[in-house]
Design a protein around this ligand. Structure first.
Ligand code: ATP
Ligand code: MG
Length: 380
């Protein structure tokens, strides 16, 4: 059953804020996102009032869950400094709520881009709807391609369920702390890298609840000394569920790169990924077709194992740029899995060239991508 935003709003009308006003009239609600029975929104309040609002958040979540057709509801409480009185709101800076694992970056009812990271010019996500399509491999090689364009690059491994960067970059050391609280990212191939995998033993089962996901991500974004970066590449976890949606909304993304293999099934998931980023007003910089074709190392004959050109066609259909085709190749797999990404270790080869081309298109796309104004769904 389709979830109607009106039903959600009606349910929220019965939840009162600390001052006794119905929630939709308090001016604290963000856009309400409802997909496949999953409802997500945030309540943005003054940082000093967060404690008073936590029970309201809980009641709001329960009220939405009780709406027919709602399978799950995730309501984030965001504490921010009160905006200055009058005209245009200033950029907002998130406040940490001590001891609580709640998302902190800004999504709410005013100009709602989450606060950026000081010194980091642009943050882009590498994402896919489907797992195992080569997102992490693409993220690393794209980051290296951007480095080769002369940019200062960081990689954030946001796949906290299955971090890949320790393996893809052969990183075994642990990050040092600075002043007891902030972490120093690991340097590799002229880039800085952070992954939850540097902090947690590989054998540790990763059981994360929604708020913990955001807390871990917030820490990696804001409590790491990233330094001055032109671009940060975020390797996203696969899927378009609650965790991914929350991340897409809470990380101050300038754009998203979607990775897909050419098969129909992967493309359906890629489409979902694109829809997710569009919903949270993050420009889609384009699609990469990974494992696009196979060239036999013995006879040089080319085979389109998964079909070929599906992603290019899909990009045209959806009106997003097509960023390039990466072949299915033993060298890419072997180098990737042994921590020696192909752009760093075979910079003169054909594969490195392909990734550098993708990087150039991403850089150019970023220059033109402008973030559309968020739609205001609810008026107080
Ligand atoms: N173009 C390619 N040619 C050959 N092998 C590839 C290619 N791209 C990725 N692979 C291999 O496919 C496997 C999955 O790749 P990767 O881990 O990058 O995918 P992912 O989408 O990040 O997966 P997950 O969803 O688990 O995060 C790895 O073994 C990787 O080496
Ligand atoms: Mg991955």
């Amino acid at each position: 059953m389709a979830v109607l935003k009106d039903d959600v709003l009606a349910a929220l009308g019965k939840v009162l804020g600390p001052d006794g006003k119905p929630l939709p009239r308090t001016g604290t609600l963000s856009d309400i996102v409802a997909t496949d029975g999953k409802v997500f929104f945030s309540i943005t309040v003054d940082a000093a009032a967060v404690k008073q609002w936590e029970p309201v958040r809980e009641r709001a979540e329960a009220a939405v869950r009780a709406v027919p057709g709602v399978a799950s509801a995730l309501v984030a409480l965001t504490g921010e400094r009160a905006p200055a009185a009058g005209g245009g709101a200033p950029p907002r800076r998130p406040q940490m709520q001590s001891g609580a694992a709640r998302p902190q970056a800004g999504v709410g009812h005013a100009p709602q881009s989450p606060a950026g990271i000081p010194g980091v010019e642009a943050i882009i996500a590498v994402a896919s709807g489907k797992g195992g399509v080569g997102k992490s491999t693409t993220a690393v090689n794209l980051a290296l391609g951007l480095r080769d364009l002369g940019l200062k690059v960081g990689i954030l491994d946001a796949d906290i369920y299955g971090p890949s960067m320790p393996k893809l970059l052969a990183i075994r050391e642990r990050p040092q702390t600075i002043g007891g609280t902030r972490l120093k990212p690991i340097s590799r191939h002229g880039m800085v890298v952070m992954s939850i995998g540097f902090l947690i033993e590989e054998e540790t089962p990763m059981i994360w609840r929604g708020p913990m996901v955001m807390s871990a991500l917030t820490q990696m974004l804001r409590e790491v000394e990233w330094g001055a970066l032109d671009i940060m590449v975020v390797d996203m976890p696969p899927g378009t569920g609650d965790a991914q949606l929350t991340m897409a909304q809470q990380v101050p993304l300038k754009g998203a790169v979607i990775v897909s293999t050419p098969q129909d099934l992967a493309l359906i998931d890629a489409r979902r990924g694109i829809a997710m980023f569009r919903r949270v007003n993050v420009p889609v910089l384009g699609i990469v077709e990974n494992m696009s074709y196979f060239v036999c190392p013995h006879c040089g004959e080319r085979s389109d194992i998964f079909g070929h050109g599906g992603a290019r066609h899909e990009a045209e259909r959806l009106g997003v740029p097509f960023l390039g085709e990466v072949p299915l190749d033993m060298e890419i797999r072997e180098k990737s899995d042994s921590g020696l990404p192909v752009v760093a270790t075979a910079p003169d080869g054909a594969h490195a060239k392909i990734y550098r081309g993708i990087a150039a298109r991403v850089r150019d796309g970023l220059a033109t991508a402008s973030r559309p104004a968020p739609k205001i769904v609810i008026e107080a």
